[in-house]
Design a protein around this ligand. Structure first.
Ligand SMILES: Nc1nc2c(ncn2[C@@H]2O[C@H](COP(=O)(O)OP(=O)(O)OP(=O)(O)O)[C@@H](O)[C@H]2O)c(=O)[nH]1
Ligand SMILES: [Mg+2]
Length: 694
């Protein structure tokens, strides 16, 4: 194994793409060629090492990101294979947050698909240097050059081919390396043997254009190459590689490679590119955090001798070792049996074991250091997004942002014992998944679970029934609506009780006003100390926020409004925090009734890919679902319809679209924003909520 302390020899990379682009298939080949496994795992046969969950194997898709580590040339490569389905986008988000580089995979036929755009934007946000890999070159309709153009135009990336394919579709046989000027031809089915040969004159002529494009692009960032290129001098392989490495790590260029992972072609060159062009921890800017002692922003270099700091990015429960906390170490080192400090929670955590993960297999190690991605056992209080550091030099790294869930499913226990089991199981599932929430609805006596989409909740319910063996009735998916207000209003509430001894008194005056979508709840205290002492102001805020958890129309959480506490009064003896909490809650409920309460629904951006002959039917169905179309695009014989549609109208759409197009149309969607539901719908939602006839 590579010396763990040689940071320059570490690559921490993620694999990201639209669903089905071939991320797991590619990762499986990487495991095989690096000698990590001795037989190639196949997604389609349910034998992929990385897709180890039974729900993944049954469906042939990735649900949870899996980490593994392998060795290529002199480098230790930590890889995270992420899911492409939009319901699991949090898995991509948290991986990109802690990775140093990524491979973006594209289907050679479909090119840049909606979810590849989404993950590309996520990677832009985290400034993650990338390699693009055009997979499925063996498929009918594969077109490498078209995909390179799409990466440039649709993703706005400075993409440049560093390979070109030899043959295409059935005759795809290997690649020409535009830097080495060599051809690589695959000779056996497993792709273990390939022939390296010089290019013929004909091939040299054919690729001249692409080699020049590459050199011209590099000349924009490298004066030495510019000079040599203009003067027609030879440009060495090592100069091109080092220059490319600089531009890629600086996020100026994205190199594009190609292959067919399924047919075992091109993956070794992709691994070479990972080593040659993606950053080591030393190439990354130092991580930033808040020094807990001074409150100032500080930097930590990737240095094994610096004070330790790490970010927990994933929590998973393992049947054999219990709770596993995955974290990325940015500086310093850790040893088994020592304590780590959770700076956000100000708690010491004992690190009972350190594991290197290979999908669901684990290798026990004694220590780990800056640049490593490991899982710890024994950390009781740490959740996703927490910072772990040395207690002497506490630091708080930026947390990870997660989207709000948009879909609810009700769960009703069959017996009282089941109810307890459900609560415990859901608590564990929620601990693993920051986009999954649960609440108990007093009115219906049901537990409501909320998630990112139908598939997300289907998987959770499946795990609940199979893994946690819970007996429960499961409802149909419903939209997680939100409530808000359309006008400003003012209200006054007095809470007074006189019962023999000490009484209760609190008096609160509030104003509320609508905020823009996404701005959340903002509580501002504009009262004077003479009217309400600060300790009671906090109680008012707690009461207000609690009341806003269930809106006055249909009991959905209220969002996007500003609450101004403008006055009130208190009594020296009779006032208490409880009284002010109640008065705050009463006042805000009163204000909501006067402020034109509304129900908001999630609106999705949708992209439907559809053969020409079904376009008419698909559009009329889309319109009937309150969809709005705002654009069409065309690729070969396929039309792409782009528009928006309320989430409530998309349930069962996958099945509907499949049967309407004989399985040939597909769609993908992403949450766009929230909008007010039409009045007639609002009435239905309210009626359903109170069990009235719709
Ligand atoms: N023809 C062809 N099929 C491929 C290739 N790579 C992957 N596939 C197939 O594409 C399908 C999806 O492959 P996966 O590797 O599961 O894709 P993924 O990107 O991991 O998908 P998710 O994790 O669900 O987002 C499987 O049926 C693969 O066999 C390829 O190079 N050529
Ligand atoms: Mg996968």
């Amino acid at each position: 194994m590579v010396d763990n302390f040689d940071l320059a020899a570490i690559r921490n990379i993620g694999i990201m793409a639209h669903i089905d682009a071939g991320k797991t298939t590619t990762t499986e080949r990487i495991l095989f060629y690096t000698g990590r496994v001795h037989r190639i795992g196949e997604v389609d046969k349910g034998t992929a090492t990385m897709d180890w969950m039974s729900q993944e194997q049954e469906r042939g898709i990735t649900i949870t990101s899996a980490a593994t580590v392998c060795q290529w040339r002199d480098c230790c490569v930590n890889i995270i294979d992420t899911p492409g389905h939009v319901d699991f986008t949090v898995e991509v988000e948290r991986s990109l947050r802690i990775l140093d580089g990524a491979i973006g995979i594209f289907c050679a036929v479909a090119g840049v698909q909606p979810q590849s755009e989404a993950v590309w934007r996520q990677a832009n946000r985290y400034n993650v240097p990338r390699i693009a890999y055009v997979n499925k070159m063996d498929r009918i309709g594969a077109d490498f050059y078209r995909v390179v153009n799409m990466i440039q135009s649709n993703l706005g990336s400075n993409a440049i081919a560093i390979q070109v394919p030899i043959g295409v579709e059935d005759s795809f046989a290997g690649v020409i390396d535009l830097i080495k000027l060599k051809a690589y031809l695959y000779e056996d089915d497993n792709g273990e043997k390939y022939l390296e040969r010089d290019l013929s004159q004909l091939e040299l002529n054919e690729i001249d254009k692409y080699r020049n494009l590459l050199l011209e692009k590099l000349s924009e960032y490298d004066d030495e190459i510019l000079e040599r290129y203009l003067e027609g001098q030879e440009i060495s392989e090592s100069l091109i590689i080092s220059s490319l490495r600089k531009s890629i790590i600086g996020n100026q260029l994205v190199p594009v490679l190609c292959g067919s992972s399924f047919k075992n072609k091109g993956v070794q060159m992709l691994l070479d590119a990972v080593v040659d062009y993606l950053p080591s921890p030393l190439d990354k800017p130092p991580v930033r955090g808040i020094d807990m002692e001074t409150g100032e922003e500080v930097e930590r270099q990737a240095d094994v001798d610096a004070p330790m700091c790490a970010l927990a990015f994933k929590v998973a429960s393992d049947p054999y070792v219990g709770k596993l906390t995955y974290f990325r170490i940015y500086s310093g080192r850790i040893k088994v049996g020592t304590h780590l400090f959770n700076s956000g929670k100000e708690k010491k955590e004992r690190l009972a074991r350190i594991l290197k993960m290979h999908a669901n297999h684990r290798e026990e190690i004694d220590e780990a250091c800056a640049g490593d991605i490991v899982a710890g056992v024994g950390l009781k209080n740490t959740v996703t997004g927490d910072t772990l550091c040395s207690e002497e030099r506490p630091l708080l790294l930026e947390n990870i942002d997660f989207p709000e869930p948009v879909i609810d499913v009700s769960i009703e226990a069959k017996t009282r014992a089941d109810q307890e089991k459900i609560e415990e199981s859901l608590r564990r599932l929620a601990e693993e998944d920051p986009t999954f929430r649960t609440r108990y609805d007093i009115e219906s006596g049901q537990t409501i679970i909320s998630g990112m989409g139908e598939l997300h909740l289907e998987i959770i319910v499946d795990r609940l029934l199979k893994e946690f063996k819970v007996n429960a009735n499961v409802g149909k998916p419903q939209v997680s609506y939100k409530e808000s207000i359309s006008n400003s209003s003012r209200s006054e509430a007095k809470f007074e009780r006189q019962s023999g001894g000490r009484g209760q008194f609190a008096h609160v005056v509030l104003e509320i006003k609508p905020l823009n979508e996404g701005q959340g709840i903002c509580f501002i205290d504009k009262s004077s100390y003479e009217s309400i002492p600060k300790i009671f102001v906090t109680a008012v805020e707690i009461g207000v926020r609690e009341a806003l958890q269930a809106g006055i129309l249909a009991g959905y959480p209220v969002d996007d409004l500003e609450i101004n506490l403008i006055g009130g009064s208190y009594h020296e003896v009779d006032s208490s925090e409880v009284a002010f909490k109640i008065a705050g809650s009463m006042a805000v409920k009163e204000a909501l009734t006067n402020a034109g309460a509304i129900i908001l629904e999630p609106i999705m951006d949708m992209e439907i890919v559809c053969p020409e002959e079904y376009v008419g039917d698909v559009i009329s169905d889309f319109n009937a679902r309150r969809g709005r179309i705002f654009g069409f695009e065309e690729t070969r014989d396929l039309k792409i319809i782009k528009g928006t549609v309320p989430l409530a109208e998309t349930f069962g759409y996958a099945t509907g679209l499949r049967s309407a197009s004989q399985g040939r149309a597909s769609f993908s969607m992403n949450i766009r924003d929230y909008a007010e539901v039409p009045e007639s719908r609002a009435k239905e939602i309210i009626a359903r909520r109170y069990g009235l006839p719709v």
